[in-house]
Design a protein around this ligand. Structure first.
Ligand SMILES: *[C@@H]1O[C@H](CO)[C@@H](O)[C@H](O)[C@H]1NC(C)=O
Ligand SMILES: *[C@@H]1O[C@H](CO)[C@@H](O)[C@H](O)[C@H]1NC(C)=O
Ligand SMILES: *[C@@H]1O[C@H](CO)[C@@H](O)[C@H](O)[C@H]1NC(C)=O
Ligand SMILES: *[C@@H]1O[C@H](CO)[C@@H](O)[C@H](O)[C@H]1NC(C)=O
Ligand SMILES: *[C@@H]1O[C@H](CO)[C@@H](O)[C@H](O)[C@H]1NC(C)=O
Ligand SMILES: *[C@@H]1O[C@H](CO)[C@@H](O)[C@H](O)[C@H]1NC(C)=O
Length: 496
């Protein structure tokens, strides 16, 4: 499992510990020519200040590697004037100062898992990449984990396994994140210090609010590799089970009261490279955390698993891999294989309330299937994924200082709509595909009052407007970035 660790790490921690699809989306027009200041002068200046090792120009092997290895192929189209590879926060600070003074466009990339074209790269501007700020540590006295923004989720799980801890769950108190604002000030925001408003805004506002250079989060004692405290795995079904599968997905968010049960369900449409036939594949990851506090009993955990997921287990299965698991097994279950690389990624989001009719789930999935059939010449795979957000998670977020999403109680499914485009699609084909995706956004909007998940949105969806704390977010943005520098000089979600 990999993720955007930077600010989006928060979102992951707060809401979606298992989502493999942790990024933001958009198919957007070319970067607006805001003054179009040539950034190469600023780059040369910065190179003198920080050295050629840290500030790389086109042609440098590290620059080339970085621009060619984007997770999302659409993000390889950008040619920054230079790429800054900071080794510590002072380098980020110097880069931001230069960006601010020279008024050049910029972008920041941490894990690089964004589907939002242009949010983590920039044409002719300055790109800050956290590739080399990727270490982490565990402090047993404070029982906290500190990670730098270049760390990827799976690497964090691996690196901390020997301590039996992981940075997971919404249980983040007293968190310190160093972050850097438009004017280059380095501050530490926590749940209760003078920057607590910023701390809250970051959880949802993402890097519109600053560049996070360090996270300190409460350690969760997840056990070591041999501690098989969990039970679960993946189950797939045939297309004919789709309706029952979606009913089980909708019911789970309404009926489940056991926060040790976690799941992610999806309906994939896979285009055969040979015949171009489209196959629908409902599949789900189901887990039960048996915990370490009681004397561990695999049998008991499996029984609780069975009780939590009885509706999924009663449907006829295509394949199933249920077994006792350690946390590290769970963390790697959603690893992307090489098959998921090398494609153009587009995301979109919705949110379905717990009492939304099953018909809405079915129609959303059927619409996606029709889009896949219509554009199968250029598509590789499409996916509709449902991630339950339970009251327990919402309470946990509120207890830790709240966040900008601020969903209402009652439970809901965060819906993600992903299309993976094969390389070589023409711009005309992409434009037609985007029209179809817009129709999907119009037909299946979030149930009124529910927030969209920023890391799964398309830019056109105006994600901030769906937040419970939208007015707060705008106020805090105006306080910390009074000249709107970030909105004017970097791409990303609008509405602030
Ligand atoms: C680099 O820039 C920073 C901030 O502008 C300044 O404090 C520092 O002295 C500069 N260093 C060099 C080597 O020019
Ligand atoms: C090349 O890029 C990848 C992906 O960002 C990174 O993991 C790797 O360390 C880079 N290699 C070099 C030599 O910079
Ligand atoms: C990462 O490494 C640097 C340099 O060794 C060190 O100063 C910093 O404290 C480390 N950070 C973490 C989170 O381990
Ligand atoms: C989808 O991507 C995989 C991995 O790159 C590739 O093997 C497959 O041929 C692609 N599918 C189509 C329909 O091109
Ligand atoms: C692909 O679809 C066509 C037309 O629907 C059908 O005739 C054919 O049997 C399918 N091929 C496979 C391999 O399923
Ligand atoms: C859980 O359910 C499966 C059938 O899905 C059954 O084979 C297994 O024995 C059950 N496990 C326990 C511990 O009840």
């Amino acid at each position: 499992m990999r993720s955007e660790i930077s600010l989006t790490f928060w979102l992951l921690v707060t809401l979606l510990p298992w989502s493999p699809f942790i990024a933001v989306t958009a198919q957007i027009p070319p970067t607006p020519s805001l003054g179009e200041v040539d950034a190469s002068l600023a780059c040369r200046f910065l190179q003198q200040n920080l050295s050629h090792r840290i500030v790389t120009l086109p042609g440098h092997p590290q620059y080339t590697n970085a621009t060619h290895s984007a997770w999302n192929v659409f993000n390889t189209e950008f040619m920054p004037a230079c790429i800054v590879f900071p080794r510590d926060a002072s380098h980020v600070q110097a880069a931001m100062k230069t960006i601010y003074e020279h008024r050049v466009r910029y972008a920041v990339q941490a894990g690089g898992h964004s589907a939002m074209k242009g949010w983590n790269s920039v044409q002719n501007g300055i790109l800050i990449m956290f590739t080399f700020m990727n270490n982490m540590s565990y402090d047993p006295k404070r029982d906290t984990i500190t990670v730098l923004p270049g760390v990827r989720w799976g690497d964090a799980a691996d690196g901390l396994e020997r301590f039996g801890v992981a940075p997971v769950g919404g249980r983040v108190s007293g968190v310190g994140t160093g972050l850097l604002l438009g004017d280059g000030r380095l501050v530490t925001a926590t749940v209760n210090n003078e920057y607590r408003d910023l701390f809250k805004a970051l959880k949802g506002g993402a890097n519109r609010f600053g560049v996070v250079t360090r996270y300190e989060v409460t350690a969760i004692h997840t056990g070591r590799r041999q501690d098989k405290w969990w039970f679960g795995g993946m189950i797939s079904y045939s297309d004919s089970a789709t309706e029952g599968f979606l009913r089980a997905t909708a019911n789970f968010v309404r009926e489940n009261r056991d926060s040790n049960a976690a799941m992610l369900t999806s309906v994939a449409n896979i285009v055969s490279p040979e015949t171009q036939n489209v196959t629908s594949l409902p599949f789900t990851f189901l887990f039960y955390d048996g915990g370490k506090d009681t004397v561990y009993s695999a049998e008991k955990t499996e029984r609780l698993f069975n009780a939590s997921f009885s509706q999924f287990l009663s449907l006829p299965r295509l394949s199933s891999s249920l077994t006792p698991l350690s946390y590290i097994d769970v963390a790697h279950m959603l690893d992307e294989g090489p098959a998921q690389l090398g494609q153009g990624q587009l995301f979109g989001a919705s949110a379905f309330a717990s009492d939304d009719p099953i018909q809405r789930y079915l129609e959303a999935v059927q619409f996606q299937r029709r889009i896949t059939e219509q554009f199968k010449d250029i598509l590789n795979t499409t996916l509709v994924a449902f991630t339950p957000v339970l009251d327990e998670q919402i309470y946990a977020g509120r207890k830790r200082g709240g966040n900008a999403f601020d969903p209402p109680l009652g439970g809901y499914n965060a819906v993600q709509y992903q299309v993976s485009v094969n390389p070589g699609a023409t711009s005309r084909e992409l434009a037609l595909l985007n029209n179809a995706r817009r129709q999907w956004f119009r037909n299946f909007p979030p149930t009124p009052g529910l927030p969209l998940y920023i890391n799964e949105c398309d830019k056109e969806q105006e994600v901030f407007k769906t937040y419970g704390q939208y007015e707060f977010l705008k106020r805090i943005y105006a306080k910390y970035d009074p000249t709107s520098f970030n909105v004017k000089f970097s791409d990303g979600p609008s509405g602030l």
